[in-house]
Design a protein around this ligand. Structure first.
Ligand SMILES: Cc1ncc(COP(=O)(O)O)c(C=O)c1O
Length: 402
């Protein structure tokens, strides 16, 4: 009999693959499910990107392997966008690389940065890829347990000095998946004071930076003006509704970006060139187009918040990203609640535990479906679940690491 790696055999499926299977099972029985689980936009990709893809795909010169870091016009467009959006100046030859989606780079970067046993701080709850990527690279994942009382920001002061000294890299993600939290300037200032003191690498995942109600999120590179220790990841998926296109980029410290490229070069090439040119079209979208996208998510968030509040379900009052992080009604675990919501009300959301053990007691709603579906789902979530008080806050557990 064939054998596979024991580690992979023991590995649970990626949470969203398991949720998709649950949805498929219900749909096979003729039910219609409103899927608010995975963070996939229901808005169409920008017309300018689609048209550019169509035109570029007819040109044979784009049918070959692309340069590993992406075509120069894309890197130039990214450089221009970073300058306009954040005031950050990048060397487009050494400090930027295209990616086949930011997930690709997030998974590979720890292989480029870590030696066996290196400690990496990452958010719990957080995007599930981080912990797997660290462990896969032989590093030691150390969760930063985020709590409501700290606005879901890591409490870096609470880390023992001895631990801070041993940390090699920290991963931050604002606006956050799954909590929707954003970081303020004092947080970033503190982050970099520790990072400089202890020589940390700062990996910032800025996948949701263009989805916000009023205050544009910052880039960590604004706080590391000489790009000494930062690598930041960006995605076309969420900002431009291009999840299926698989396009993102990493930028920042040249040594870090080039190390990532070295690993990447061993495993793949760059994205299909017509997709890269379509990315340029997306980066050149007008403020009016982007304002319409932001309004779509802001309105959806407002619809769901209203229904949750009316039902007595508490939530993290996110004003950016496209998720709402809400408390599971009392007496149910996150998995029990989300299973019941699916089976009894045909709404699929993600249990908080998909984002780490510290997500127990919470669930995540992606506010990505058309407004009528959001309103219908919110109404079903808000119907009474027995006791309508809140579950205890698991993050108040004093044994938490951070
Ligand atoms: C926080 C975060 N980072 C990165 C990604 C990956 O995005 P992509 O690979 O589509 O660029 C996601 C996707 O859900 C995410 O939520």
């Amino acid at each position: 009999m064939v054998r596979i790696s024991q580690a992979i055999a023991a590995q649970a499926a990626y949470p969203f693959a398991a949720l998709a299977a649950k949805r498929a099972a219900l749909e096979a029985r003729g039910m219609t499910v409103i899927d608010l689980s995975i963070g996939d936009a229901s808005l169409p990709s920008p017309t300018a990107a689609v048209e550019t893809l169509r035109e570029r795909a007819t040109r044979p010169e784009h049918h070959h392997y692309s340069s590993y870091n992406g075509v120069l016009p894309l890197r130039a467009a990214i450089g221009g966008w970073m300058k306009r959006r954040f005031g950050v100046t990048l060397d487009i030859d050494h400090e930027i690389t295209a990616l086949m989606g930011s997930k690709e780079g997030l998974f590979r970067f720890p292989q480029a940065a870590l030696d066996p046993g290196d400690i990496v701080l990452y958010p719990d709850p957080g995007y599930p890829v981080y912990a797997h990527a660290i462990a896969h690279a032989g590093g030691q994942p150390l969760p930063m347990k985020l709590s409501e009382k700290n606005n879901f920001l890591p409490d870096l002061d609470a880390l023992p000095e001895e631990t801070r000294r041993r940390v090699r890299m920290i991963i931050v993600n604002f606006p956050s998946n799954p909590t929707g939290a954003t970081a303020d300037d004092p947080f970033y200032t503190k982050l970099y004071s520790y990072a400089r003191r202890h020589d940390w690498i700062v990996l910032s995942d800025n996948a949701y930076c263009e989805i916000y109600d009023d205050a544009p999120p910052r880039s960590t590179l604004e706080f590391d003006p000489r790009h000494e220790r930062t690598i930041e990841f960006f995605s076309f998926s969420k900002s431009y509704s291009m999840t299926g296109w698989r396009l993102g980029w990493a930028c920042g410290n040249a040594k870090l970006v080039q190390a990532l490229l070295k690993v990447k070069g061993l495993q793949d090439s760059a994205p299909f060139e017509p997709v890269q040119f379509a990315g340029i079209a997306a980066l050149n979208l007008s403020d009016t187009d982007m304002a319409a996208t932001r309004r779509f998510y802001a309105d959806n968030r407002a619809t769901v918040k209203k229904a949750l509040a009316a039902a007595g379900i508490t939530y993290c009052d996110a004003r950016a990203g496209f998720y709402l992080w809400a408390r599971v009604p009392a007496g149910l675990t996150a998995a029990e609640f989300t299973d019941r919501l699916l089976a009894e009300r045909q709404v699929l959301v993600t249990p908080g535990t998909a984002f780490g053990p510290n997500g127990e007691g919470w669930f995540r709603i992606a506010v990505t479906r058309p407004p009528d579906q959001m309103a219908a789902a919110a109404e079903r979530i808000g119907q009474p679940w027995g006791q309508a008080t809140c579950a205890p806050d698991p993050s108040s557990d004093p044994s938490g690491d951070v």
